[in-house]
Design a protein around this ligand. Structure first.
Ligand SMILES: O=P(O)(O)OC[C@H]1O[C@H](O)[C@H](O)[C@@H](O)[C@@H]1O
Length: 552
């Protein structure tokens, strides 16, 4: 194993460790010789093959956003000042995936509060829509304008504002693409609308209105963020063996081709640990398709078991933050390590370039998400009452156990009657070389934050890469990889009943019905791909903690 440190980009540091330096250097040299970085920067849509060319042709606008988005800054700052004079200080963001993950991390880095509502959980939504409304502005962000979660959240806030005697027109700000159904309805409703750049896909949209509007309204220095990205541009666009975007992308792509396809991400003392969640979406949705891809595994910290002593041979250990010296003396089984540090604006662009480069090496179209729609369709089917009812296998105390997948759930032996035994049967299905466990909790991610303990505990127990996601948030991130990537996952879903359900105003379903339909629908699609899916449905949130204690 050898390591390389370097980057001329201001403040951007990339250190890489690889098992075969000669092969890696040769691959980097190949990428430089074909002018990969400069061709991405000049929007060469042919880089990902003929089938991807049409989509790529309208999805490369992200390379120039540090300049192109500049005129937005003054508008956003003016609105921020206007709202401040009205005593409006709390910013809520309704949006999923690419429409909320960037502002979440930008605001975290800036140390300004942003309430991200990216849930269909009725308790979560009701609490967010019931707090400090007199000082709240709600940004509703959806590129397509058709995402049901976002539309439902918007409806809940509109109703809450009206109930509080506040005109929603003064308090709802919409970010969407020109021509979307949301643009049309929002304009009719008299909402303030920011039109985003349609030549940029959702997960590459951090430096468009999607990232900048909520962050700027929350008080983040968005001009400074663009400066950071601008300063990194020359190095990221250069056809040079020192280009950190090329180096990172080649490492990710080559490692994955060699079977080292889990990108284990740990924060190394950065001011924005949430960057891992943003990278997760970028990498998982961009690469997880056509039976291939890179699975990001966001772990708690550098001391997480699967980052050190239990690192698996298919993992690239990746540290983000100033403690880049973690590489010294670390010899993971795969030989692959990455340490990245630098200003947030520069890192956003770095990871976008790296993902585009890795996508080229993997031979996929990094700009589509063909399998996300399947889970949405299955959820719609459940809501319409058209889907088959879930198959209850047994109940034990407060937990009802459903098993699906591989031959209709036959992987769970008949006669299984305890929750730990059912979980053991699921984990027995893990492939010891390439398999991963995905833990998916459909609950209130603030109230039920303790469930996140399941991830490290099950990682230790299985010795395999283990991801954790809150439903429906993860459906817009790793959800694409689960269904489009290698068929090596096993899936543990946890669902619960809410403290109280909540109507989705003007819709024929409630938030709880929608949330359950999302879990069951996604499980159904995964099962249809022959993957084992175990759902533990807990009778009330009060029993969630007992379930965790039973399993860790
Ligand atoms: O911004 P929207 O159109 O509402 O989309 C929100 C999210 O929806 C889907 O899950 C896509 O796969 C994501 O890439 C996208 O970010």
């Amino acid at each position: 194993m050898s390591s390389h440190t370097g980057s001329a980009a201001p403040g951007l540091v990339l250190r890489t460790g690889v098992p075969d330096t000669a092969a890696y250097d040769e691959a980097v040299a190949g990428a430089v010789a074909e002018g990969l970085a400069s061709r991405i920067a000049s929007h060469d849509a042919d880089l990902w093959g003929p089938e991807a060319a049409e989509e790529a042709g309208k999805r490369l606008g992200w390379t120039g956003l540090a300049t192109a988005s500049r005129p937005l800054v003054a508008d956003i700052e003016a609105l921020h000042a206007e709202l401040a004079t009205q005593g409006v200080h709390r910013v809520v963001l309704c949006g999923m995936g690419g429409s909320s993950l960037a502002p979440e991390v930008i605001c975290e880095a800036a140390g300004v509060p942003l309430d991200v509502v990216d849930s269909s959980d009725p308790d979560f939504v009701r609490r967010a829509a019931g707090e400090r409304l007199s000082e709240t502005v709600v940004v509703v962000s959806s590129k397509s304008g058709g995402t049901v979660e976002t539309d439902s959240q918007k409806r809940a806030f509109e109703a809450a504002f009206r109930d509080a005697g506040i005109d929603p027109a003064g308090r709802i700000v919409v970010v969407t693409d020109p021509g979307s159904p949301l643009e049309e309805s929002a304009t009719q409703d008299g909402y303030r609308v920011f039109r985003a750049d349609p030549e940029v896909g959702g997960r590459f949209s951090a430096l468009t209105a999607f990232g900048l509007v909520p962050s700027g309204l929350a008080g983040a220095d968005i001009g400074g963020l663009l400066d950071e990205a601008e300063a990194a541009r020359p190095d990221l666009e250069a056809d040079s063996a020192d280009n950190p975007g090329t180096r990172l992308g080649v490492l990710m792509g080559r490692a994955a081709v060699d079977g080292v396809d889990k990108l284990v991400l740990a924060d190394a003392g950065s001011a924005y640990p949430g960057l891992g969640d943003w990278i997760e979406q970028l990498v998982a949705e961009s690469t997880g398709k056509d039976g291939t891809g890179i699975l990001p595994v966001v772990v708690e910290h550098l001391d997480a078991p699967d980052f050190g002593r239990q690192a698996t041979p298919d993992s690239v250990l990746t540290a983000i933050g100033p403690r880049t010296t973690f590489l010294d003396g670390l010899e993971p089984p795969s030989g692959y390590t990455v340490a990245v540090d630098g200003p947030l604006g520069a890192q956003l662009l770095l990871w976008e370039y790296a993902t585009a480069v890795a996508g080229r090496i993997l031979g996929i179209n990094p700009f589509d998400q063909p399998d996300v729609e399947s889970a949405k369709a299955a959820a719609r089917e459940m809501l319409d009452g058209a889907g088959e009812p879930p198959r209850l296998r047994f109940s034990s105390g407060a937990v009802s156990v459903f098993a699906d997948g591989a031959s209709g759930g036959d992987w769970l032996p008949d006669g299984t009657d305890s929750v730990p035994d059912a979980v053991s049967a699921l984990l027995d299905r893990l492939d010891p070389e390439q398999g991963y466990l995905s833990v998916q909790v459909y609950a209130d991610r603030h109230r039920d934050a303790g469930l996140a303990r399941l991830r490290p505990a099950l990682a230790v127990r299985t010795g395999r890469p283990t991801t954790f996601g809150w439903g429906p948030r993860f459906l817009h991130s790793t959800g694409q990889y689960h269904k489009g990537g290698p068929a090596t996952g096993v899936y543990l879903q946890v669902t619960t009943e809410p403290e109280a359900d909540l109507e989705v105003p003007g819709r024929p379903f409630t938030f709880a019905e929608f949330l359950t339909a999302q879990a069951v629908g996604d499980g159904r699609v995964l099962a249809g791909k022959g993957r084992p899916v175990l759902r533990l449905h807990v009778a009330s949130p009060e029993h969630l903690d007992a379930l965790v204690r039973e399993l860790v």
